[in-house]
Design a protein around this ligand. Structure first.
Ligand SMILES: Nc1ncnc2c1ncn2[C@@H]1O[C@H](COP(=O)(O)OP(=O)(O)O)[C@@H](O)[C@H]1O
Ligand SMILES: [Mg+2]
Length: 274
């Protein structure tokens, strides 16, 4: 498929997370997270449920303020939400049901007062990229779950974001669709040139997609435990020996964190860890 993505304006941004800690009242959710994300990088945040992945992503989006530390994108401090940091949610309730697919994708450009021609061009470009041009005049509820997630991705990309934030975007899809969407996401990311921070608790998904995988510790006060570089050719084969070896390493790492979390909740004993 050919696309007419303007790489210059769709380029990724450098993101710096510097000593970020986040508290909700007395609850200490994340602690002392420092991480530099390169322009155009695909970074996965991987960790057990409840560790603080969404909290950190929400801070990157500017929805949740950091209690301590700072986040900046291309040296500009993150002080609130911006279309330059687009978020794709697990649930496609985020789409506007009363707008067509094309109108959903054109929404950001329309809000920014772009001409009708520019809106249509952006919608067409990004619907093409996600493989939905034929469905432009449908409404979200006429589409499958996987297609609705494609619309969310196109809608975020139509804002020409510097960074795309994705919170378990394929977590609600059936296994087959999820697999297709992972391969699609790999292609979309490569063609769009944007920076992606992608939250998942699915190790295989992180291996297929990430340049680097940041494994988080179990909360409270979750931080980054290890960072793995994934130097495997794309599109990736989850069944290659290298992928399987990495899968095992990550499973051990996360298994340890899950057991720690369960012990903190009084749901597991030391023996479970052996
Ligand atoms: N707005 C909030 N107020 C209080 N606690 C919160 C809030 N958001 C998240 N938390 C808590 O912070 C922890 C991390 O949550 P979250 O970031 O959603 O985890 P994850 O996405 O890794 O599953 C959880 O214990 C959660 O209950
Ligand atoms: Mg979450």
């Amino acid at each position: 498929m050919t696309t007419e993505i303007d790489r210059e304006s769709a380029r990724g941004a450098t993101t710096t997370i510097d000593g970020v800690g986040i508290r909700f009242g007395s609850y200490h959710a994340v602690d002392a997270i420092s991480l530099d994300i390169e322009a155009g990088e695909f970074l996965c945040l991987l960790g057990p449920s409840g560790c603080g992945k969404s909290t950190l992503l929400s801070a990157l989006a500017g929805f949740t303020p950091a209690t301590v530390g700072a986040i900046s994108v291309d040296d500009e401090p993150v002080a609130g939400p911006s279309p330059e940091r687009g978020m794709v949610f697990q649930n496609s309730d985020a789409l506007f049901d009363w707008l067509t697919v094309r109108q959903n994708v054109a929404f950001g450009p329309r809000m920014r007062g772009q001409s009708r021609k520019a809106q249509a061009a952006l919608a067409d470009e990004y619907l093409g990229l996600v493989g939905l041009r034929k469905f432009a005049d449908k409404f979200p509820d006429q589409l499958s779950g996987g297609m609705r997630q494609r619309v969310q991705i196109a809608r975020v990309l139509a804002n020409r974001p510097r960074i795309v934030l994705m919170d378990e975007p394929f977590g609600a899809l059936d296994a087959q669709t999820r697999q297709v969407m992972q391969q699609e996401m790999d292609r979309i990311w490569r063609e769009s040139g944007c920076t992606v921070v992608f939250v998942t608790h699915d190790i295989g998904e992180a291996i297929i997609l990430a340049d680097r995988i940041a494994v988080m510790t179990a909360g409270p006060a979750a931080s980054i435990k290890n960072i793995y570089s994934v130097d495997l050719p794309r599109p990736r084969d989850e069944t290659s020996p290298e992928a399987i070896a990495l899968h095992q390493k990550l499973r051990q790492d996360i298994g340890h964190e899950v057991r720690t979390a369960l012990r903190e909740q009084g749901l597991a004993t030391e023996e479970d860890g052996r």
